[in-house]
Ligand binder design. Sequence first.
Ligand SMILES: [Zn+2]
Length: 337
Amino acid sequence: MARRATSYKVGWLGFTAVVVAGLVGLVMFQPWTTNAESNSSTQTQFAADRPKPVQPVEFDGKRAMEYLEAICKIGPRISGSEGMRKQKELIEAHFTKLGGKVSYQRFTAQQKSRKKPVEMANMIISYHSERTRRVILCAHYDTRPIADQEPNPRRWEEPFLSANDGGSGVAFLMEMAHHMKDLELSVGVDFVLFDGEEYIFDPKRDEYFFGSKHFGKEYLKNRKKMTYTGAILLDMIAGKGATFPIEQNSWMYASRLCKEVWDIAAELKCTAFEEKLSPYSVEDDHLPLNRAGIPAIDIIDFDYPHWHRLTDLPKNCSPEPMIQVAKVCSVWLQRAR
Ligand SMILES: [Zn+2]
């Protein structure tokens, strides 16, 4: 995760978020409950409109944790570093072996606080690459150079493994890759791993989201050839006891997609997904996607106590929330049109 703010601290974006999301939330949440109740009483009448019954995947949480440990064993995976190079090698081989088509969007980024530019690359793993209607599951795969929530600033530059923040999304998609062949899909699917989300040395001055901004720009160039109908961003999904209330910017920019996803979670009794608006908004990789016209939401846990600390380690992560995210995402992918 890049930047978290309670809504009143983030300028117009957050202010609008709290006003709009709060109002819309108030209006929407009540009918939402009513709809769920009335659905059961009008089941026969509207059977044709009901979502197709599809099975969630049998996500192997133990294997996902092994992937998380393997990634962290590389060490920090900072953009442009040797660790990032090793990670790319490991996961490219993994996704290719399991039938994904791997490609890169390479670009050069100049960070304000750095003298030299750095080579970055988003990794895209495609399924049914010929299909022009597509959806995205995405996460960032770079790690932050400094652990700047560590209480002692003298420790900020120690090697920071960032297991949940940067590792969990990668490990999750590595496990999901085993199940892609079993899904009944009407659309193409891209797993997108963004580079340069956390390439921050000076949190006040530096630029965030190099990878997702580049991805949005490239998408706008290719708009006529294909369409992304939705994107789910996964950030910090493996913290022990993680919960996922609806992040405010997701609700503001892509409320329909939020409703789809949290409705699926309710159907599947995935209780980590809380049907309420989070008190937080976050600037994250979903914002550049929304700006490029892709409805995009962020599934994110705001209460992880090891965020941007050296203790963000696999031992403080758990497979349980990832299993719930996998159930929800796999049903969403199969219902996508
Ligand atoms: Zn972060």
